[in-house]
Design a protein around this ligand. Sequence first.
Ligand SMILES: *Cc1c(COP(=O)(O)O)cnc(C)c1O
Length: 427
Amino acid sequence: MAIRWKSTRSADAAMVSLSEAIGQGLASDGGLFVPERLPRLQVSDFDGLSSLPDVAGRFLKDFFSGDSLEGQLSQICSSAFDFAVPLRSFSDGPRVLELFHGPTAAFKDFGARFLAQCLVRTRSEFTVLVATSGDTGGAVAAAFWKLKGAKVVVLFPEGRVSPRQQKQLTAWGENIRALSVRGDFDDCQRLVKAAFQEPALRDSLQLTSANSINAGRLLPQAAYYVHASLAYFRETGRPLSFFIPTGNLGNALSALWAREAGLPIGKITLCTNANRSLSEFYRSGTWKAFPTEATLANAMDVGNPSNLERLLTFQAKPSELVAHGVGTERVDDDAIRDGIQAFDRRWSEAICPHTATAYQAWVRQGEPKDSALVSTAHPAKFETIVEPLLGYKIPVPSTLDFILTRTEKFTTIDPELDALRTELRKN
Ligand SMILES: *Cc1c(COP(=O)(O)O)cnc(C)c1O
């Protein structure tokens, strides 16, 4: 039976298929799409399957059944997930699930590539318009690069992204264009919203969004939790717990979906940086957004996590979440620095500041066995933080090196819709 998608808000908003949920982004009542139910799977359902695309295809089967993309699921998985997802071991230490072997060296590649492969199969000519404060825009650009019929326009705040991030936004060429906006990230987001609200622009360019609340970015992330927990269970006969660096809660949601579908996953710990909305919620039981605080783990600098509504569809109260095996730890910048150094001292390996939050949470919980730290980015992406702490140079992986050696090309615009409109019309 096909799994349809419902809104987090009103129970009676019409349910849609996966490709409709992907195309619409947000539900008609402004809520977020969540699956009406999850598949009921057992380890034996995956017998004979071990590669990431094969495991992903099996996990996603019920979501695609009856959908217009049903016949293309295995092709979508093999094109989107064409890089390694090692679950490494460290002696007397945790497992580490490395999610940074894709083209932009961070886990956002999984969602962006899957979404791209779905969209090119449902539309003929379209323009993806995306505002970015750093990692997302690069993953989206890389995912759509050279895909037929697709164009991408990335807006980023002038002078506010790191040099390596800027390369990942501006050096693709071909069907990817970058606009440097004289303003901040909020200006970029405002311009994107304004463009979507202008019917003439939206329709003539077939504007499409690829933002992080899209179901087509969250669902595929479950695949690496399925893959890792299966591999661990086959090896040890035990479920695997995950420590997940968390900002907007997208990555964590994907793990919950995989566990809810019956995979052998133990406890899930949401590891945040100093931003406190989640830990305060657990402490007080009342949800409150906080102003965003800048930290060393900047991809997790979120004061009001956009996927909270989805988390609360599982259990509405922190006490229930805890009983349900979903905990949280808050890790400030001093502890992040300490974590990067400690991990290197113990296992001679550099980790990124986001992964360091997971390491510290694991230590605080008494270094439990059967646990994996989710490593969301390669440390070479954050070399200005990590190298001074460790005192050595971190080799750049070949995926990242490819884009770092290309030439940047971008246009700078004023933060006005007129300026964006002029640029879009040139497309
Ligand atoms: C986006 C990101 C995160 C946070 O993931 P969410 O899905 O927003 O919780 C963590 N680490 C890195 C490197 C990221 O790019």
